[in-house]
Design a binder for this molecule. Structure first.
Ligand code: 3EB
Length: 314
């Protein structure tokens, strides 16, 4: 039986509504909500909403959950899913990332949800230089090492990789069966990027489909493997929308385009100006989609924005 999800809930205020069967909570400019049991997973992301109040991303399961921390990972499991989150330890980024991923893999196995479905990587100072190599490139080396040892599937799952200000965090959703990886016909697979983007290619697939659910990776204004429209955020928004449309269609979910209901969307922009995304997002997801706009640094300096999404058909 395919795993079923409730859509993630994206909250736009500090007020945390006690939700049922909470697997995990991510805070954006927000600390641990008072209503969340002390042993349940909460991680504060090094990113905040573009404007206004703090926000939470809340993942819920269909059924009772229990906390199950393991090593450095805070987590919970229930309803055939697990949520786990970890902070990067100090030290060289590639080593810290390798250790963090290894801890997440061990956590997932321990939780009985050994298959990673979706990773989120929020890195402090993502474009900064670390002893002669960009931090994001070191991140890719560490992730690659962990995947070589622990990933039991042909291609890596969906992911986002975004820079923030503060402590780096990685969180994951795991399950009991792998999602079907989906690639974008307009883009070179990230794991096949040529070496000009670093010694190890980014380990993620463009989307993962699991039953009626779709995890859409961070998607930007990249065609083939090259950035399009450097310096023009509005044109990047339109190109990103084209990429999202192509990807969602390739996933066999063309019928979900523009539906609104069932979609939860997170956007990342370096500068203010999320309004310029609104027409593009309305076309792709529909006006009724949940939406959370975050301030983030994209992992290429010429990219102004990135968009990720989750869909649960109903
Ligand atoms: C890209 O298409 C844009 O390194 O995990 C998007 C999603 C991006 C995930 C990652 C990076 C990652 O290459 C950047």
């Amino acid at each position: 039986m395919p795993t079923s999800f409730l859509p993630p809930r994206l909250h736009y205020s500090l007020g945390y509504e006690a939700a049922e069967h909470v697997l995990g909570v991510v805070g954006f400019g927000a600390g641990r909500p008072a209503g969340l049991a002390a042993d349940m997973p909460f991680i504060q992301a090094p990113l905040a909403p573009l404007t206004g109040a703090a926000a939470y991303e809340i993942w819920q399961a269909h059924g009772p959950v229990r906390a199950c921390a393991h090593g450095p990972v805070t987590g919970a499991t229930g309803g055939g899913l697990a949520f786990g989150a970890v902070r990067l330890a100090p030290g060289p980024t590639e080593d810290a990332v390798e250790q963090a991923y290894e801890a997440l893999f061990r956590f997932l196995a321990e939780a009985g949800c050994a298959v990673p479905l979706r990773f989120w990587n929020y890195l402090g100072d993502i474009l900064g230089d670390e002893a002669g190599m960009e931090r994001y490139r070191r991140f890719n080396i560490g992730r690659h090492r962990a995947f070589m040892r622990h990933l039991r599937q042909a291609v890596p799952p969906a992911a986002s990789g975004v820079g923030g200000a503060g402590d780096s965090v990685i969180y994951v959703l795991g399950g009991q069966q792998a999602a079907v990886a989906v690639e974008n016909p307009r883009q070179v697979s990230a794991y096949d990027y040529p070496p000009q983007y670093g010694p190890r290619s980014p380990g993620f697939s463009r989307a993962g489909r699991l039953g009626g659910a779709l995890f859409v990776s961070g998607t930007a204004s990249i065609v083939g493997h090259e950035t399009r429209h450097a310096g023009d955020a509005a044109a990047q928004a339109a190109e990103t929308a084209e990429n999202l449309r192509a990807l969602i269609s390739a996933a066999g979910l063309g019928h979900a385009l523009g539906r609104g209901a069932g979609w939860a969307v997170k956007t990342y922009m370096r500068e203010d100006g999320a309004d310029l995304l609104t027409p593009a997002l309305a076309q792709v997801f529909g006006a009724g989609a949940q939406r959370l706009d975050l301030r983030g640094v994209i992992c290429r300096s010429d990219l102004a924005l990135e968009v990720e999404a989750f869909y649960q058909g109903g």
